[in-house]
Design a protein around this ligand. Sequence first.
Ligand code: SF4
Ligand code: SF4
Length: 309
Amino acid sequence: MTQTTRRDFLKQGARLAALMGLGSSAAARLAEALEELSLGAAPVLWLQGLSCSGCSVSFLNSGSPAPAEVLTQYITLLFHSTLSTATGDMCMEIVNTAVKEGGFYLAVEGAIPAGMPEACLMNHEPMSKIVARAARSATAVLAVGSCAAVGGIPAAEGNPTGAVSLPEFLEKERINKPVIRLPGCPCHPDWLVGTLAHVLKFGLPELDTMQRPVMFYGRTIHDQCPRFADYEREHFAKHFSDEGCLFELGCLGPNTHADCALRHWNTGANTCIKAGAPCIGCASDRFARDKAFPFYRKSESVSREDSKR
Ligand code: SF4
Ligand code: SF4
């Protein structure tokens, strides 16, 4: 893995500024922020609850910066449940030292099994207890991905673990810390790195009523969709491989706030709708939570008029 250079930071700063809607004047400051992040200005303690590790994999899949650079060079990780090589007592020592010293950002991936603490353990200690301790001494808390941000698949209707989102868990524990939710299944690497860079150079980003950064979640997929013109002229795809708007195939873009239609995944390679797959609302607050919100909206349940609201 090559070392990140100043030129790389400038390039990434410019890309982030453009995609965060901050304009070219912010590019240099974001480049500075990225460099400072890599030097440990906002260290991150990353814990995992009930999750598939997909958000971590999403970070490792980022193409430019190269795989692993985001996690190892753009942000300073004090500990990461999947990537750190420490195990057993050694890993608890690292986590406990970080918690004791404070001054870190707590990133939590995964939901918290509030009704069955033994469903997720770290060195025999319930993860929920470790998350509570860490949140109390963290500067701020980031709920990374839909499971942590809104409960996601682990909190689906009928789950036996009593899984809840991180904000729900913190409220139940009466832990009053600033929380930023970054929903998405998975979370886009830019949403985390961009949020940390913004915190460093411009302070806390503007959040919506769901504590999501407006710069990433301010508009619906539908509003930014490359197939929006097809929607307007009612040119609808009938099959998954067809050209045209995917609304009649159940696309949840009109109900989902995120910028992936513009940002794309795997460093601009593609995104769901461009690849012909309807948006399943993975960044939505209701994603996978209840049966009334299936992955693909039944076209009869949301009219075109509803989608315009
Ligand atoms: S319904 Fe889906 S495919 Fe059609 S314009 Fe909206 S977001 Fe794009
Ligand atoms: S387009 Fe929809 S399903 Fe695809 S990543 Fe974005 S929010 Fe998730």
